[in-house]
Design a binder for this molecule. Structure first.
Ligand code: ATP
Length: 308
């Protein structure tokens, strides 16, 4: 095969419980990940130019609002491909093309998704045949959201979010995502969360998974799930981007079963009863000030998958 294309989904956090700041600078998390039908595509191809002096791994990025995505060795897809080559103990070459639909710095783990897709694509292109367990280990070294992008579905992550247990879900859930102009930096949002807690004199409890949320997922009960959605980073994201208050309020006013900031934001997620309700709500939300566009999606969907 001279080119492999992998499709990889975005995630929304159904619960993001953030514990106190640890000595190592991380937070203990309980992170319920849910993969939704908004996809990036990563193609890994054998270089055709035969220029042996060129960088062994090169990357191009296509799509809207991709200006912030590095096309250097810092790109998470390049880092993933390099880590895979190192694990295999040889030097390998590939040209990577990322077609982005997942909003950049939007709290939907687009960079982590591209890293997971690059692992699957290069494993195939280079004929390495590494099992998914090995890819999961490499993924965890790259970033705490990368293993979930390999796995997909719905899963609960603990530790820094990288220790994953898949969750059974009793149905399909329908979503609207409000995309904002410009991103929010994840470290900055965590920093603001710590600052707000310190200012209020609050010590966060040790994070635990919500029983209501897990039961709602098992039963496929969208109404109960809507009430159980929670994100401890939301106050920090709203503090840094106050316009999101209006976006969330508009979704609630127009009948969303639940509304929350996705991960570190600024994307907002709205749970609704059906695909029809999603299309109706997206039309309303897309017109709210501060919202770039609104898109519909459903979940859960599989993780990084070879598409051709
Ligand atoms: P998360 O939800 O995991 O916190 P995010 O969705 O908010 O992340 P990303 O889109 O993953 O944010 O990107 C965060 C930053 O990572 C970008 O601003 C960019 O500089 C860098 N980055 C590196 N590689 C990529 C990539 N392939 N796609 C997007 N961003 C990348």
């Amino acid at each position: 095969m001279s080119a492999i294309t992998v499709r990889v989904p975005a995630k929304v956090n159904l619960q993001l419980a953030v514990g106190p700041l640890r000595e190592d600078g991380y937070h203990d998390l309980v992170n319920v990940f849910h993969a939704v039908s908004l996809f990036d595509e990563v193609t890994a191809a054998e270089p055709v130019d035969g220029d042996v002096a060129a960088a062994p791994l090169r990357v191009r990025v296509e799509g809207d609002h991709t200006g912030q995505v590095p096309v250097s060795d810092d790109n998470l897809a390049v880092r993933a491909a390099r880590a895979l080559a190192e694990r295999a103990g040889r030097s390998y070459r590939a040209d990577l093309l990322i077609r982005k639909s997942i909003p950049v710095a939007g709290g939907m783990a687009g960079g982590s998704a591209d890293a997971a897709a690059a692992l699957v694509a290069c494993n195939e292109l280079w004929g390495l045949g590494l099992p998914v367990e090995d890819l999961m280990e490499i993924a965890a070294d790259i970033g705490s959201d990368v293993p979930f992008a390999l796995l997909g579905g719905t899963a609960v992550g603990t530790g820094r979010g990288e220790r994953l247990a898949p969750l059974e879900t009793g149905g399909v859930f329908h979503w609207v995502f409000a995309l904002a102009d410009g991103g929010l930096s994840t470290p900055r949002v965590y920093g603001e969360c710590d600052r707000l807690r310190e200012e209020a004199g609050v010590t966060a409890p040790h994070p635990t998974a919500s029983e209501e949320l897990l039961a709602a997922l098992r039963e496929g009960d969208a109404k109960a799930l809507g009430q159980a959605l929670s994100n401890d980073l939301e106050p920090a994201a709203l503090s840094l981007r106050p316009s999101l208050v209006d976006t969330l309020a508009a979704g609630r006013e127009h009948g969303a079963l639940g509304a929350l900031v996705s991960g570190s934001g600024p994307t907002c997620a709205f749970l609704v009863e059906s695909a029809e309700r999603a299309a109706e709500l997206a039309a309303v939300i897309g017109d709210v000030d501060g919202c770039r566009s609104a898109i519909t999606a459903y979940g859960p969907v599989p993780g990084a998958t070879v598409a051709g």
